[in-house]
Design a protein around this ligand. Structure first.
Ligand code: FE
Ligand code: CA
Length: 534
């Protein structure tokens, strides 16, 4: 099938609203979801000529191991055009190099890959064979074009116990609502690793005092999601942050649409799985993900994983969006999506068959938590694990989109974290557009027994809900040490013997460039469950 036939067929499917399993697979094939298709017979263009710099979207690295990492770039001489400014059916040879020095005098690994139309001329390289716990520099070359130089590092050797580890995390960067002012200072803080915990892009436009605008309307097709990702990647602070250190990423809802659960959208759109497949593929095409995470023909894309920093820390990166059961008791005016309710009025919420991570991921996570011997166990997920009462004063309501909406999964994870042999569990999250510090309790209704420290970090740019509403909830939620929706920015955690937690916030995201300062500081002591003010 030619590309134009494929996209005509996909468009027809998207318009028809009726979609069989077979249609979906055909559509998925049309989207290029089969990955690097059998392009082997065609000769790659060794000396392509571009209308402009093909590396305008920058470079990125991620998923460090003791002997390597994943590298990313995407050739796009016209990044805001759906085709990126490269003709269809081109096949372009791209060289990559890894060096020990910034001048590339000592190149220690290099190779060639072919960038193909089906993956928007994105490049994903899994580099292996390097030395542990070292800084490396990398770049890409296509024809006469050379990319900027990226800086990254490998993880410590699997049996090493490094003295310290510094990492940062953030989430929720609505491009229209603010500049990504945290990243410049984040780079100066020089963490070893960055984690982004969801809402990397937003599909929709909303909010007050917008500082810039999305191109185009809400994305539905692969082309539209590609343009949205490319526009976010044109942000210079975000590009620098990717070029400066390795990232781990997971997604939440807005990488696709507001509030979906697995393959069901909040409005029960029958075409949602095709839309999600397009969004997932565009995500893959723009992130430094290992090649094993590439999208599958059935529209799925496995991104949950485990990353080790020697014996010091193990990161569990979870996906709470792709496999979750339908949300319980949705607003009757919609057919899905989240709401705030009194759990006692919603019998479905206690159905033991319901799962936030999906059975397979849950089983994997509990197995891993059962056997982990790491000194620090960092559970990186999208939102707030600690139960939270959303009704000020008498009565209790919960938000159904988060862990509170999946109480069986919530209790099971808390129980897994409670295992006495598990060393220093630390839960990190995002989604709330607020800095929330929590002591996760074993039995929220009974006498408090703290099981884990939780740092649900605020958004990089997305606006928070009114602080007055959170203030009213303080007395209802003694397990929450902080509830601040007016701070933007990122969290910086340094693990030595204990963990030092700093909430880093720019003064404003409404104008470009802003001083960043520490607005809150907390401590998790080695061997002590829970978190306290520093
Ligand atoms: Fe968000
Ligand atoms: Ca209450």
């Amino acid at each position: 099938m030619t590309h134009s036939n494929r996209s005509a067929r996909l468009d027809a499917l998207l318009r028809s609203g009726r979609l069989s399993r077979r249609d979906l697979l055909a559509a998925a094939a049309g989207l290029g979801l089969v990955g690097l298709l059998g392009a082997g017979e065609t000769r790659a263009q060794q000396a392509p000529r571009f209308v402009a710099d093909p590396f305008q979207l920058g470079v990125a690295s991620g998923y460090p191991t003791a002997d390597g990492f994943s590298l990313w770039t995407r050739l796009a001489p016209a990044p805001l055009q759906p085709d990126g400014g490269i003709e269809r059916d081109a096949l372009i040879a791209v060289q990559w190099q890894v060096a020990e020095d910034e001048r590339f005098a000592k190149v220690v690994a290099e190779g060639g890959v072919r960038a193909v139309h089906e993956l928007a001329y994105s490049v994903h390289v899994d580099v292996v064979g390097l030395r542990p716990d070292r800084v490396y520099f990398y770049r890409f070359i296509a024809g006469h074009a050379v990319s900027r130089i990226g800086r990254t590092r490998t993880a410590p050797a699997v049996d090493a116990l490094p003295r310290a580890l510094k990492f940062a995390f953030s989430s929720c960067q609505h491009y229209e609502q603010g500049y990504f002012n945290g990243y410049a200072q984040l780079l100066r803080d020089a963490p070893d690793l960055m984690l982004f915990l969801g809402d990397y892009i937003y599909e929709n436009s909303w909010g007050d005092d917008l500082v810039r605008r999305h191109m185009g309307s809400e994305p539905y097709t692969l082309d539209e999601y590609r343009v949205r990702h490319a526009q976010y990647k044109t942000d210079p602070d975000l590009q620098d942050a990717h070029a400066g250190l390795p990232w781990l990423v997971t997604w939440d809802d807005h990488e696709v649409d507001n509030d979906p659960a697995a393959d069901e959208s909040e409005h029960a759109d029958p075409r949602f799985l095709v839309r999600r497949a397009a969004a997932y593929q565009a995500y893959y095409e723009h992130m430094p993900l290992p090649r094993r995470m590439r999208p599958r023909v059935d529209g799925s894309m496995p991104i949950h994983t485990r990353v080790d920093y020697g014996q010091l820390a193990r990161f569990f990166v979870l996906d709470d969006r792709q496999y979750r059961s339908a949300m319980a008791c949705p607003d009757p005016s919609k057919r899905g999506g989240s709401t705030i309710l009194d759990a006692a009025t919603c019998a479905a919420i206690e159905d033991p068959q319901r799962s936030l991570l999906g059975r397979e991921q849950e089983a994997w996570l509990y197995r891993e938590l059962e056997s982990s011997e790491a000194r620090w166990n960092v559970v990186a997920q999208q939102t707030l694990l600690a139960p939270m009462d959303n009704q000020a004063g008498p009565g209790r309501t919960i938000w159904t989109d988060g862990w509170d909406g999946y109480p069986h999964s919530q209790r099971a994870l808390i129980e897994a974290l409670a295992r006495p042999g598990l060393s220093n569990p630390l839960v990190i999250g995002g989604d709330m557009h607020a800095n929330i510090i929590a002591n996760v309790q074993a039995d929220p209704s009974g006498k408090a027994r703290t099981v884990a420290a939780e740092v649900c970090g605020t958004s990089m740019a997305s606006q928070g809900w009114p602080q007055s509403e959170y203030d009213a909830l303080r007395a209802d939620n003694p397990q929450l040490l902080r509830l601040n929706s007016e701070e933007r920015g990122y969290v910086l955690i340094e693990i030595g013997r204990d963990a030092d937690v700093q909430l880093r916030a720019p003064e404003t995201v409404k104008q470009r460039h802003s001083t960043v300062r520490t607005v809150g500081r907390y401590r998790v002591e080695d061997g002590v469950r829970g978190i306290q003010r520093a």
